[in-house]
Design a protein around this ligand. Structure first.
Ligand code: UDP
Ligand code: MG
Length: 355
């Protein structure tokens, strides 16, 4: 834990925020007035300077207009507008890149991550834990299918990776500056943020909380998006599917060899040569299916490499509000610190430092 840093930027001397709240927003117009109120009262209860960074992830409702108004009027609020919808994990990344606090707290905008729990995360951080995540002990208002599939996914992931990725934990967490700096050096495109913090190590702790249902608006994570996230999580944290493809391929080749030997044997001794049509069709289609599946598995990894080698930025910033200096974001290896916050707060990392 570090104390707030006093820094001089040009002629201005200002105090860096102790806490940065990062809130990804995607079409959350309906919940925003309530969210803003709750964030204001949370900031008042925190024991140091705080800023709230809203990241608009290409919303096409009135979210941006509302946020621009609020952020312009409130010196502790900032807004990053991404140029399109880049997805939740990238929106979080953009917010964290811009955060200047000693502790950065990421939370959903729909109030399913109750702002009051942040105080408990902070208390744990002060005990010396670098990463404090909120663990869902009760998930209200979620369908049995979502709970079942989430459970299955976490069990599967646990088996597939040696990295400790805690169960029932989303992206609601507090991270200290040290962990944040490591995160900013991680340029990968396949981002499964909770796994990245799991990979990092450091002293980590959990704070249990009961996750309320979403009361306003709809989930922005339909089934296909969840599935996409799950597949990317596995591809970026485990090579087991590749091993599986290899061993299954070998086993099936062995089986095919044995069947071939049998076919030759049957042909030589004229046993059941004609009556083999059904089994042939079954075996050929099975092998084709497995082959395609294996190719698909390998394809996922090739796709992931493809995304990395292009070295495109992780996200593109369209507009910044609440920061003194607007700086386009360049991601990947050259991800820069987005910010130079407006008066009252100064970054605790050098502005425009190339990471
Ligand atoms: N979100 C985002 N980009 C997306 C999808 C979601 O920034 O492409 C935000 C969304 O506005 C919310 C958070 O990510 O603040 C979590 O989304 P949601 O509450 O819909 O997920 P769920 O709680 O249903 O898993
Ligand atoms: Mg939600």
């Amino acid at each position: 834990m570090r104390a707030s840093v006093i820094q001089s930027i040009g002629t201005r001397v200002s105090v860096s925020p102790r806490y940065s709240l990062v809130l990804p927003i995607y079409n959350e117009e309906q919940v925003l007035p309530r969210l803003v109120e709750r964030i204001r009262s949370l900031i008042c209860r925190l024991d140091g300077e705080a800023e709230a960074i809203f990241v608009d992830d290409g919303s096409h409702d009135g979210s941006v207009h509302y946020l621009r108004r609020v952020v312009t009027a409130e010196p502790r609020f900032r807004l990053i507008e991404l140029s399109r919808n880049f997805g939740h994990q990238i929106a979080i990344t953009a917010g964290m890149d811009a955060a200047a606090g000693d502790a950065v707290i990421v939370m959903d905008a729909d109030l399913q991550d109750p702002p009051e729990v942040v105080l408990e995360l902070v208390a744990k951080w002060k005990e010396g834990f670098e990463i404090v995540y909120a663990r869902r002990v009760k998930r209200e208002g979620e369908s049995w299918f979502k709970r079942f599939s989430a459970n299955l996914f976490y069990r599967l992931l646990e088996k597939m990776t040696p990295i400790n990725i805690p169960r029932d934990v989303g992206d609601f967490r507090l991270v200290g500056r040290q962990a944040l700096d490591v995160f900013k050096h991680m340029p990968e495109h396949d981002r499964f943020v909770r796994g990245m913090f799991g990979w990092m190590g450091f002293r980590q702790a959990a704070v249990p909380f009961e996750r309320p249902p979403r009361t306003i608006g709809q989930t922005k994570y339909p089934f296909w998006k969840m599935l996409h996230l799950a597949v990317h999580a596995i591809v970026s944290f485990s090579e087991k599917p590749l091993h599986f493809a290899l061993w299954a391929g070998l086993a099936i080749s062995g089986l095919a060899l044995a069947l071939g030997a049998y076919a030759v044997f049957a042909w030589i001794f004229e046993r059941g040569v004609i009556a083999g049509w059904t089994s042939t069709v079954v075996i050929v289609s099975l092998l084709c299916g497995i082959n395609l599946f294996m190719t698909g598995v390998v394809g996922l990894y090739v796709g992931s490499i493809h995304a990395e080698v292009k070295r495109r930025p992780l996200y593109v910033v369209d507009r910044l509000t609440g920061f003194d200096e607007a700086v386009g974001a360049v991601a990947g290896e050259n991800r820069r610190s987005l910010r130079k916050p407006r008066s009252g707060v100064a970054p605790s990392v050098p502005t425009l430092r190339q990471l």
